[in-house]
Design a protein around this ligand. Structure first.
Ligand SMILES: NC(=O)c1ccc[n+]([C@@H]2O[C@H](COP(=O)([O-])OP(=O)(O)OC[C@H]3O[C@@H](n4cnc5c(N)ncnc54)[C@H](O)[C@@H]3O)[C@@H](O)[C@H]2O)c1
Length: 284
């Protein structure tokens, strides 16, 4: 076990979207650090199969069917976790989906689904878990998965990008609320760079062919340049243990996006993208 992550040993981790990708990697790595792990996902078959593998390796794991877009499902998850394993040490609000399409084109139900999973999933995760964590008064962690996209802008991914900006803002304010309460709860924002997961396999696209083209570009980029979900977890978990707010899988990309964002805001420039990205979108 990496010494850095010793603070998690014997604790309880709850990870949403743990049936695949980054969440799966975090669940496997948390179990290897000696944590008991709750894997929450809508894809129960995948979550149960990961939980089974974790149990076969000698750790404790429980898969719980949870649709994070439903606030009551997160209440049930918190209750089941507490009954089964007791106080929560690490909550990672990680479940998220990609949706591609011009924003006027996406059906209302697709907008609702995207925002309910990506934004309300994390909000209600905190609402459901934080009271017991505060009451326990123990050192604990809440991490919300946003994205380097939470520092940027991207047409066609408008619904996703705005949800990631929202999660970054939510995490910043939540961090300060824990300070106000003098709570021993570390809040972190996880900003992954490219990770080769199924996120674009499962994504929905609007009708316009530009959307499908953009999805292909993103899918191929993750396949070619993405690290694995487990590698991402190996980069994320030590930074959480260290108590960092800004948690990156690719610190250099995060720094570049943050610098661009700061520059864009301080100069109050019109929204823009690098020419090669615009060309990929068929602009210019
Ligand atoms: N892959 C990347 O390059 C990347 C980059 C930046 C941010 N992220 C973020 O990382 C997080 C994890 O994504 P990933 O890339 O591992 O994707 P993934 O698709 O491989 O895994 C996401 C998991 O969430 C689950 N899920 C979907 N809807 C759900 C719901 N309503 N309730 C519960 N679970 C649900 C899926 O079944 C899946 O198992 C997301 O928040 C994503 O936005 C990913």
């Amino acid at each position: 076990m990496t010494q850095d992550m010793g603070v998690f040993k014997g604790g309880v981790a709850v990870i949403t979207g743990a049936g695949s990708g980054i969440g799966e990697g975090l669940a496997r790595l948390a179990a290897r650090q000696g944590m008991r792990v709750v894997l929450a996902d809508v894809a129960m078959e995948r979550a149960e199969s990961v939980a089974e593998e974790i149990r076969s390796a000698g750790a404790e794991a429980l898969a719980v069917h949870t649709d994070v877009s439903e606030p009551e499902a997160l209440d049930r998850l918190a209750a089941v976790t507490h009954e089964t394993f007791g106080d929560v040490t690490l909550l990672v609000n990680n479940a998220g989906i990609e949706t591609l399409g011009f924003c006027w084109e996406l059906p209302a139900a697709v907008w609702e689904k995207t925002l309910n999973i990506n934004i309300h999933g994390a909000i209600h995760g905190v609402r459901a878990f934080a009271p017991r964590m505060l009451e326990a008064g123990k050192r604990a962690w809440i991490a919300n998965t946003t994205s380097i996209g939470g520092l940027g802008m991207m047409p066609i991914q408008t619904s996703y990008v705005l949800s990631k900006h929202a999660i970054l803002s939510f995490s910043e304010c939540l961090y300060l609320e824990m300070q106000v309460k003098k709570a021993p709860i570390q809040v972190s924002a996880i900003l992954p760079g490219p990770v080769a997961t199924r996120i674009f396999e499962d994504s929905k696209t609007g009708e316009d062919p530009v959307n499908a083209h953009h999805r292909e570009i993103m899918r191929n980029m993750l396949k070619a340049d993405g690290i694995s979900g487990y590698e991402a977890a190996e980069r994320i978990l030590p930074q959480l243990a260290e108590g960092k707010f800004w948690v990156s899988t690719h610190p250099e990309i995060t720094a570049e996006f943050a610098a661009n964002r700061a520059q864009h805001l301080s100069s109050q420039a019109d929204p823009t993208l690098p020419p090669e990205v615009l060309a990929g979108l068929g602009v210019g």
